[in-house]
Design a protein around this ligand. Structure first.
Ligand code: NAD
Length: 236
């Protein structure tokens, strides 16, 4: 790996693997299921149109789980990096939990939305949401009962892609943590960063579908690998 003292601009991509040790299950690990549901059922606009009650209940459960979960050593290490690294940093997360923020990071972009946010289909307002949506609560802005989870489903456009590609264009280090490399467009960020001249590092429990695209892959649990890597960067 290139000497970390040259690094002035880091983009980090995180996936479900960084939250696994906080007790939040990953997505399509072995069987294409998310918490025992096929992803087509709970993570597509068609699935929501077919059975809104089931989908609202699914995300009500995810929201309750997220609220009960605690950040682990990997989230905390990235929080420390965010506070102490003086260069540019952007943590792009595919995760819908808020464990990066509760681990102390603030330079975080949720490209797939957030489980603690609700989106009104009538007036387009978004609201912080801690409770349930299955009971059809009124939107605090317009009063309509038209709130859906503020989650980017398959077939929908991830949030803030322009900002992400701008950051990838400027990055001199791209680090991917706990993501399977199966979900696009995030899976393509490594090639984008490489093409722009960044070094690329993958931290994952096992080789991912995209491992061969990285300059370096380190295998192990995020709670061990991430604090070690953050120490390296901050000591440089
Ligand atoms: P994924 O489930 O497809 O892949 C997870 C990856 O993490 C795998 O490669 C696995 O080997 C690795 N992993 C598992 N445990 C790990 C650990 N302890 N340390 C390091 N790596 C570990 O996840 P993805 O690539 O993020 O794509 C899944 C999609 O699912 C995302 O779009 C996300 O929105 C959604 N999702 C989010 C959460 C969450 O917010 N916590 C949880 C499940 C799914």
């Amino acid at each position: 790996m290139r000497n970390n003292s040259n690094i002035r601009n880091i983009v980090i991509l995180t996936g479900a693997g960084i939250s696994a040790e906080s007790g939040l299950k990953t997505f399509r690990a072995e069987d294409g299921l998310w918490e025992n549901h096929p992803v087509e059922q709970v993570a597509t606009p068609e699935g929501f149109a077919r059975d809104p009650d089931l989908v609202q209940r699914f995300y009500d459960e995810r929201r309750a789980q997220v609220r009960a979960a605690k950040p682990n050593a990997a989230h905390q290490a990235l929080g420390r990096l965010d506070r102490e690294f003086s260069g540019d940093l952007l943590i792009v997360t595919q995760n819908i939990d808020d464990l990066h923020e509760r681990g102390g990071a603030s330079r975080v972009l949720h490209m797939h939305g957030e489980s603690l946010s609700a989106w009104c289909q009538a007036c387009d307002a978004r609201h912080r949401w801690d409770g349930t949506l299955r009971d059809g609560p009124a939107c605090p802005s317009c009063g309509e009962a038209a709130m859906r989870p503020d989650i980017v489903w398959f077939g929908e456009m991830p949030y803030q892609m322009d900002r992400i590609f701008d950051a990838l264009a400027d990055a001199d280090l791209f680090v991917s943590i706990g993501t399977s490399g199966a979900v696009y467009p995030a899976a393509g960020f490594v090639q984008q960063a490489s093409a722009n001249g960044a070094r690329t590092l993958e931290l994952n429990l096992e080789e991912s579908m995209g491992s061969s695209n990285f300059d370096e892959t380190r295998l192990g649990a995020a709670s061990e690998l991430v604090p070690e890597w953050v120490d390296e960067v901050l000591k440089a």
